[in-house]
Design a protein around this ligand. Structure first.
Ligand SMILES: *Cc1c(COP(=O)(O)O)cnc(C)c1O
Length: 385
């Protein structure tokens, strides 16, 4: 097989560290569901899921039936998969047959699920997602009583696997009033369950920010995305942790991701010459330039034109000119030892230098999540220790 123009490495020891840290925060009894939507936040479902299983993860959450199938194809048979978002009606039987549980956010889906479960002869596992104030998906209060009646009546065929909601913005303290209101409304739904003497198998509402900073949101399961990949959900959540442990800094969460390529070509450019498309960069002196074999079509943000840098021989090499569709150039005038084929770090560490996703995204206005999740799935991912 021929080589791709760049590669992504996942560091298993860093991931294990993150899982241990999150586990310590949430306590022993709650299930840690690993959220692997958006191709595991760009880390690559196919490589990430088996690695996570080796680190003790037994439950994965995805945004669609399509992603559930991707996880299903690579996970071990006893691993649980939960669909939090879109699943078309015609895919309900697939989910039931493969023991994949799924969110239900309006009543109409329940009779359809029941019919499918009866036809297949196997119960369906549903998580009732309730509307608490994020106003995206979530069952309205008005539909909840008949939902509980339905679940009571059909419990052999439709298992009440979960009662859940999602916070809209738990990473920011300025949203505290909203998050508290959402939690309170969730408890109202729970009370209705108690009144009807029906109990969901799993109560779950916490994402990374909530699980790390609001212990009372940890019920039977937490749905952890960004933190497991080694990112604090926000500076505020990080500072809250520092306060709690009384430290000035704490590398409790470690990045597991690095992105690498190789020097494709090297050339000398005379003073006054332009580099790449247009006139965006003019050589200010006689320069040595290295050509990178990737560009914006490979997920490298075009907004880094003339401003980002890469690591070569442990040193920062500034980007010169525009990021092209599948090439860009960097200045290596100060790195005379660099040669064609040398390793280039786009994100990650090389010797004593590091390029973080955040240093990347600060200058481009991209969110960390946005930048990572846009990395093309065709880039090969491998696990390193
Ligand atoms: C994405 C998502 C999560 C995980 O959020 P993080 O902030 O990345 O931990 C949890 N629950 C739902 C419903 C989601 O869509």
């Amino acid at each position: 097989m021929v080589k791709h123009s760049s590669r992504i490495e996942l560091k298993q020891s860093a991931y294990k560290n993150n899982v241990n840290f999150i586990r310590k925060k949430i306590g022993d009894h709650a299930i840690l569901s690993s959220v692997v939507k958006a191709n595991a936040y760009g880390h690559g479902i196919e490589t990430f899921v088996p690695m996570a299983e080796k680190c003790g993860i037994k439950h994965f959450s995805v945004a669609s039936a399509f992603e559930a199938e991707e996880v299903h194809n690579v996970c071990s048979p006893e691993t649980e998969i939960m669909i939090m978002g879109i699943m078309y009606e015609e895919d309900i039987p697939w989910a039931i047959e493969n023991d994949v549980s799924f969110f239900v956010y309006n009543y109409d889906r329940l009779p359809k699920t029941l019919a499918a479960a009866k036809k297949i002869g196997k119960p369906a596992k549903v998580h009732i997602e309730v509307e608490t104030g994020a106003n995206r998906t979530g069952m309205q209060k008005s539909e909840f009583p008949k939902t509980l009646n339905f679940l009571l009546k059909n419990k052999e065929h439709v298992i009440f696997e979960g009662l859940c909601t999602h916070f809209g913005g738990a990473e920011s303290r300025s949203n505290d009033f909203k998050i508290e209101m959402q939690h309170k409304r969730y408890k109202d739904f729970l009370k209705q369950c108690r009144d009807k003497k029906i109990t969901p198998n799993l109560k779950h509402i916490a994402c990374s920010a909530a699980a790390l900073a609001m212990p009372d949101t940890v019920y039977d399961m937490v749905r952890i995305g960004v933190a497991q990949y080694g990112f604090w959900p926000s500076p505020e959540i990080y500072y809250a942790h520092l306060n709690e442990v009384n430290k000035k800094a704490d590398a409790a969460l470690k990045r597991i991701f690095s992105w690498k390529t190789d020097i494709m070509d090297i050339r000398d450019v005379q003073q006054g010459e332009f580099i790449g498309y247009g006139t965006a960069f003019q050589a200010t002196h006689q320069m040595k330039i290295a050509v990178m074999p990737l560009g914006y079509s490979n997920g490298y943000p075009r907004a880094l034109s003339n401003r980002g840098h890469v690591l070569i021989d442990g040193k920062k090499a500034p980007i010169v000119g525009l990021i092209n569709m599948n090439l860009f150039m960097v200045d290596i005038s100060h790195i005379p030892v660099a040669k064609i084929g040398d390793e280039v770090v786009l994100i990650g560490r090389q010797n004593n230098n590091v390029i973080n996703v955040s240093s990347f995204t600060n200058s481009t206005q991209l969110l960390n999540n946005e930048m990572l999740s846009r990395l093309p799935s065709v880039i090969p991912r491998t696990v390193v220790r």
